[in-house]
Ligand binder design. Sequence first.
Ligand code: B3K
Ligand code: ZN
Length: 871
Amino acid sequence: PNTVYLKDYKLPEYLIDSTKLHFELQPKGTLVKSQLKVRRNPAAGAGLPPLLLDGVELELLSVSIDGQLVPASRYQEIPAGLSIEVEKPEFELEICNRISPENNTSLEGLYLSNGMYCTQCEAEGFRKITYYPDRPDVMSKFTTTIVAPRQYPVLLSNGNEIERGATEDGRHFVTWEDPFAKPAYLFALVAGDLQRVEDSYTTASGRQVTLQIYTEAKNIGKCAHAMRSLKKAMRWDEEVYGREYDLDIFMIVAVDHFNMGAMENKGLNIFNSACVLASPETATDATFQRIEAIVAHEYFHNWSGNRVTCRDWFQLSLKEGFTVFRDAEFSADMNSRAVKRIEDVSLLRTQQFAEDAGPMAHPVRPDSYMEISNFYTLTVYEKGAEVVRMIHTLLGAEGFRKGSDLYFDRHDGQAVTCEDFVKAMEDANGVDLTQFRRWYSQAGTPVLDVTDSYDEASGSYTLTVRQSCPPTPGQKEKLPFHIPLALGLLSAEGKDLPLDEAGNTQLVLPVTEAEQTFHFSGFAEKPLPSLLRGFSAPVKVRYDYSSEQLLFLMRNDSDAFNRWDAGQRLAFAALGQLQKDYRNGKTLQLQPELVEAYRSVLRNRDLDPALVAKMLALPSEQTLAEEAERIDAEAIIEARKFARHALAEALKEDLLESYRRLHKDKPYSPEAADIAERSLKNTCLDYLCATEDADALLLAQQQFDKAANMTDCAAALAALVNYGNETDVDKSLETFYERWKVDTQVVELWFSLQSGSARWGTLERVQTLMAHPAFELKNPNKVRAVIGAFANRNFAQFHRTDGSGFEFVAQQVIALDKLNPQIAARLVIPLTRWKKYSSALGEKMRQSLESVMQSGKLSADLYEVVSKSLQ
Ligand code: B3K
Ligand code: ZN
């Protein structure tokens, strides 16, 4: 496969002023007619070069220009599409081609899911529908006619419906017109036998918008939460960004076969069923919150992505980083801000930091790619969002709003770059972000080494910060970043001390040099630093805190995030010691300080229960692995297992007390306060079961038997699966399946509970699950629930010392690559970190990766990931 470079960007040679599409849907032979108003791009240069159109797996039927059939001698089918000779600067091109939705298992382009037609075009899927300049800087006004047999009563596309009727042969058609020019990646089409729920929304300026959610009839009762979330998101974007919706109708469609979470097609968002359908009986709190976030994310794209889009795919973070930042702030406003921040940072620290330290590391704005689908990464999304957050921190909420207003006004209707975004922020605020721009171009996670000193005589305190960034592929040396370091200083009483003349108790230090010193004065004693409050930059901070200091911060820091973080540091240290002792064959013993710290958190009734739940959670095995110099999987597993058990034994009474207090018999609501209580209660239950006491397991069994909502039911089942007696668990799993086998989303949960469990998801059991009638290799949700949960969450079984976990995943990757390259390239990622493992296990991992490489011809997606990881 070819490598594409950012530095090679060229303006499009031709522009498409309008795009008229006509579909005649047939599972095996869908006919597509496309009529394009083509115009030479005056900015691209002189002359009339051939018109190059992208096209993949298309059957070309005819080419006409201005109503005249073009002879085959005047165009050429090339590997990547079609090249047509051009004689005039403006003309009308008509192309007819045929595609086979039924055979499309890549779920890119037009495909069938449970008998309904749907599309996924981002990034480069439109070229699997028809020949087209499939690049985001070619924006066109689309009109779409869909012709289909009557058994597909619902026919949808972008924009507004302008016509419908019958054809002579008994089929019917609908025509849609989208008044906003858009790139092809935002095109969408849906056809099926669908039901809908409808609502309406009045925008701030008083316009009425029809809201519709479409799904198969059996799921119609699971749309209410998404609809509520949509309306909240629409209001929020008006209030916080001054952005209104711009069409008369906004539609969401739920689809079972989908490669990712959802897609922001103009006016017609298409969602993975798992990210939109929920009811209290079938969905957990986590799912309710994820739906709220994703519905908002896709809706927010209408401005950050659709009205202002990306010039090229290297700029992906322009829309994704910004939109993730927007949805994170939305979720923080709707729920607990601190808890949302903790969840996002945990994800970043485990997964994004690992990516940044691995063979696929790339900047937020990559310089090159072989397959763009591989760059929908945690770096582009989550680190990209952190970069936008840092701009927000540097400019303040008001300054940021000025910047976003300028950005949207200046670039409405354009395809632009990350540079344009930063420039708008600068221009609106009169600031210079030159050095800050390195966050877009340099990969790797910066490290801050912080030391301090206190001078008793003068009462002055000095903080020294050294920054460094490890080398990443293609980038050996890094220049210093501009890092906003939010700082507080605590007195011995645990109060925030004033840091400057104005009496501010929190400052954002501009760390811009490799080494830098910051001075503070007026202290009667040495203060204790609270560093990187709220995780003000995506960096690692090293400071030599003692256990006492961490305990002190856990109790006193006014920054909730840092209170949690202090607990994490303490737990890290304790788990580090346990790993060392395990390796040296010593008897394991948990630091009593950690136990007491957890006890006081558990007893603290002033804290949000959701925050307490987070503070009680030990760092995951994945997090411990990311932090390790070299991963010793066995030591990580044993240390963590021991710590959980020891904590559970020591805190039994407190855990039971909290569990009883919070276990209420009240109707389900996905409100933050209720979610918080359930989350602490179920955390307690899981700890209690970790003792494997019969009493505790009985509690779990009772909760499982009586639960009226899926949050409580699934939490109890998970505890039973992890700690219960095998025959009892088998029975519960079977009861659960019998009760829920009609519900696709619950069956997926049932799969992942088992595959992700160290105890239950042994290789043999995972293989049995794959043979289960509800499993389907062609459905990415099922693949994620069974194989993905095993590879990503079942740390113990995946890392079995004989390497059989790796081999199994490698085999599945090979099989999947033939069906769905995007999913195969995702699933292989856990195998790519072999260099970080202790030698024997790392070598087994490398061999399984090698076996993928040697298995035959790989897709571009999989080839890129595997070849870069073997280097
Ligand atoms: N923009 C889509 C992602 C498309 C991924 C294509 N491989 C969803 C989102 O980020 O909102
Ligand atoms: Zn997005």
